[in-house]
Write a protein that binds this ligand. Sequence first.
Ligand code: F6R
Length: 235
Amino acid sequence: KMNIIVVKDSLAGGRKASELFYSAYASGARVFGLATGSTPVTTYQYLVKSKIDFSNCISINLDEYVGLKPTNEQSYRYYMEKNLFEFKPFKQSYLPQGDAADPAKEVERYDRVIADNPIDLQLLGIGRNGHIGFNEPGSSFDLTTHKVALTPSTIEANARFFEDEKDVPKYAYSMGIGSIMKSKSIILEAFGEDKANAIYDMVEGDVTEQCPASILQKHPNVTVIVDEAAATRLK
Ligand code: F6R
């Protein structure tokens, strides 16, 4: 069963997650799967302030926009540099390379990175529709790393960050659900009332590809950290 921890707010959640990172590290974890977005920001803030030393660790991120250079301020590489890596460098930090010349080769390379460095602890956020990584409802539970077409609503939501509409990414690289399920342990964080339905479906709903995160019910070591607002529909 999923281990569910309800906290007051995203600060308390980030603190809790950073403590779980620390205890995983203390018991030997050296490969950390990381996420971007608004949810893990407080976790990274606490990790930056903590004594944890990642210089002998490896990080592997979930996803990246296709077409963006690592220096692009909208890239997930840039987000990771600014939120974590500049303060807590890892021995090696992997993300899919947005500007890779050959997408098929890039997807293969990333699967090899994950196979060569089995993830000890994977940090996840969740979308309002239950997505994890860029695995939207309907994606197969068996997928490994793949190139995903962004939905029109995601493209539209991202447009405000770009000067020119044609620069808005139309695709992303994402670990698949199959890759995510291979990590030894998982922490999923969700904060705010707009995540309450997704959390309910993930924890208490059927395991179905219509709610990608519901597959986590079948993973042996998942900790869900939710604030009170995201937990409102849980029994
Ligand atoms: C980010 C990622 C996404 C987000 C999700 C929630 O690397 O893979 O699945 O975790 O979209 O985003 P936020 O945290 O911005 O609500």
